[in-house]
Design a protein around this ligand. Structure first.
Ligand code: MF3
Ligand code: CO
Ligand code: CO
Length: 272
């Protein structure tokens, strides 16, 4: 049987078929379920390595694969980014202490489909200024997602996120972006979290991509540490991030990585 020809836009963005949404929902759901299950484990005294081990165990238990293990030499089932770490924090011996905020980012492969999502957690009680940062970052992601429908552009998404964040006197990281995904981990386009309305590629039904804004309390600049992965804020200010994988439909979008238990935001994480 002949392989169905892939449809690409003039910008090289793959357009998936309506049947492909089911595969993404399955992958996205597993990633979100794993993040749900982690919420009660994030406590002062826990190591980021222990959280990662639990993620890897749950990926294997589900018969899925971790997309990050072996990716460009990365060896873990998650990235765990604490406080001023912007993204790509490497899980390990680091012990969480009271009031630490952290992003946990998981990407799984289910039947060849990639589900990529991250959210914020807190060890113990959420400090006041971290609470504002996390709320603004979460709301910026959701505003970006609400912008998505055919005819809008990637610049419209970036603008919605950037203008909201800056109105709240915080800054959007420029050095990392969202990405197309589907049957691959990272594909065109680069989904920038800043931009001007009406610029960039036009959204079409069947585009699958992530939106994953990183927001800093201080300045937007980052640097990568000597381990070649860990990205931190140059001014050491706190940073937060939320990520969903979504698919564009005829009149909006579907979110593949919604939390089945409604635990996407840290203040909802441990409610029963
Ligand atoms: N999940 C990250 C993203 O949102 C990518 C992590 S790649 C890794 O795109 F190798 F650092 F794990
Ligand atoms: Co991503
Ligand atoms: Co991710």
């Amino acid at each position: 049987m002949q392989k169905t020809r892939e449809r690409l836009t003039k910008d090289g963005i793959r357009l998936y078929s309506p049947e492909d949404f089911a595969g993404m929902h399955a992958a996205g759901r597993l990633a979100a379920e794993i993040l749900d299950a982690l919420a009660p484990l994030v406590q002062p005294g826990t190591t980021t390595g222990a959280l990662d081990a639990e993620i890897e165990r749950r990926v294997n238990e589900a018969g899925a694969k971790s997309a990050t293990i072996g990716y460009k030499g990365y060896q873990h089932a998650s990235c765990i980014s604490v406080n001023h770490v912007v993204c790509h924090g490497i899980p390990g011996a680091k012990v969480l202490k009271e009031g630490d905020i952290l992003n946990i980012d998981v990407t799984v492969i289910v039947d060849g489909w990639f589900g990529d999502t991250s959210r914020m957690y807190v060890a113990g009680k959420l400090p006041r200024k971290a609470e504002r940062l996390i709320q603004v970052t979460h709301d910026a992601l959701m505003l970006g997602i609400e912008t998505v429908r055919p005819g809008k552009t990637f610049g419209d998404i970036g603008h919605a996120i950037q203008s909201y964040v800056e109105r709240n006197r915080m800054s959007v990281v420029r050095d990392f972006c969202g990405h197309g995904l589907g049957q691959v981990f990272h594909a065109p386009p680069n989904v920038l979290h800043y931009g001007r309305p009406g610029t960039g590629a036009v959204l079409e039904p069947g585009m699958f991509f992530t939106i994953e804004p990183m927001v800093n309390l201080g300045r937007p600049e980052t640097k990568v540490l000597a381990d070649d992965w860990t990205a931190v804020t140059r001014d050491k200010s706190l940073s937060a991030q939320f990520e969903h994988s979504i698919g564009v439909t005829e009149n909006g979008c579907e979110i593949f990585t919604l939390s089945p238990e409604g635990r996407f935001h840290p203040t909802w994480a441990n409610q029963t």
